[in-house]
Design a protein around this ligand. Sequence first.
Ligand SMILES: *[C@@H]1O[C@H](CO)[C@@H](O)[C@H](O)[C@H]1NC(C)=O
Length: 457
Amino acid sequence: ISQAGIFLNSNLVSASLEALIQHLVPTVDYYPDRSYVFTFLLSSRLFLHPYELMTRVCHLCVEQQRSGDALLDKIRFREVAPKLVQLLTEWTETFPYDFRDERMMRCLKDMTHHVARGEEVSAQRPMQQMTQRLIKRLSALGQYEEAVSALNAVAMERPASLKSKQASGQRSDVMSACDDPFVLAQQLTHIELDRLSFIGPEEFIQTFARKDPLENHKGFFRKRKTSNLEAYVNWFNRLSYLVATEICMPVKKKHRARIIEFFIDVAQECFNIGNFNSLMAIITGMNMSPVARLRKTWSKVNTDKFEILEHQMDPSSNFSNYRTALRGATQRSETAHSSQEKIVIPFFSLLIKDIYFLNEGCASSLTNGHINFEKLWELAKQVSEFLVWRQVICPFDRDRRILQYLVTTPVFSEDELHLASYESEGPENNMEKDSRSSILSHGHISYIPLEDNRWNI
Ligand SMILES: *[C@@H]1O[C@H](CO)[C@@H](O)[C@H](O)[C@H]1NC(C)=O
């Protein structure tokens, strides 16, 4: 790479795609640096499909050993095979979802055969173990996807009772499922960490990648798209709507105020745990206009704690308060003595936005055709921070009944929230009156803007 790449303080700054690919290929006496492997496997998909990369790396690795002498070639392949297996192991462990592509799997099988032909026993066993672990990971992913879509289906079954507030007395409320804010915050943390653990690092980058033209060929080479990132963002939105539903539903003002206070305590505990995503979802739910407009209800609530939490998550100055709190939690995590102290769950939509703007903000290719590798280091830095947070094992006891409630209990749609809110506290001005009659007559409203702080992406 020294001829084709530019280094600054021994860091790779830019290089041609060819040189970068070559830099990934192990030889008898060379193995790429781990951080390089991660960075390039993560971001190379901006330039070429993982399948193309794998084919070329395997091809180069095998071809480089060729000398024309069959016996010598065999000996040299035996020496390089364990290194190639190591590279493929790093690939399958860190980016297993790449192998949902049949072409990747076929390439992996070809390499398995090649290694087996080389009679290189020390490479064969690791190769088998790698394949077994990969298959296990992919089947766990399949099960997770099925579970999420089954849960979503249950949550979408909207009983007629929910459609109107008078009839919704049948639906149990959150405090009958769990009246301890500490326990509820812990169960929310379980859901967050479960869902985080399935997000592949490449999902952050994949969305920026060029579309694979082969992907459109029906039948052939079909790759099952992963969408764990979207599923996670959907969970955030669901939690916001759940909070708003729970607050808007009760008929009595006193009861609504109690639910608001309960969620403030839950939000506080999420903050203490380091679960910023649930915290933000709860604040977002409280700030949705159907909740925010309940003036008489809010007057019964002591909002001191809530104001402090809102201040922590204030979007101004590019979320500087939140970023400081996140750094604090990250430092606590790094020196943690217990798994509870390890927990850092970032406000996820903002993390996605940061990565998005990092990608938009600077070019991937330079004018000389070289790849801007400084940018790729930066992307890798952000994504690998996430990988550390993703690893944490949730230390709290699971309560299946509460978890079930949180992920499946039906929630109001936006229109239903407005109607429930007007039933709780009647329209106060003409705009609200118009809004209500518009929902009642058309079944939708379009002109009441939701609060700005719904950070959907
Ligand atoms: C906000 O802060 C992040 C992290 O420091 C940074 O990457 C991003 O560019 C900033 N965005 C703006 C609009 O300043």
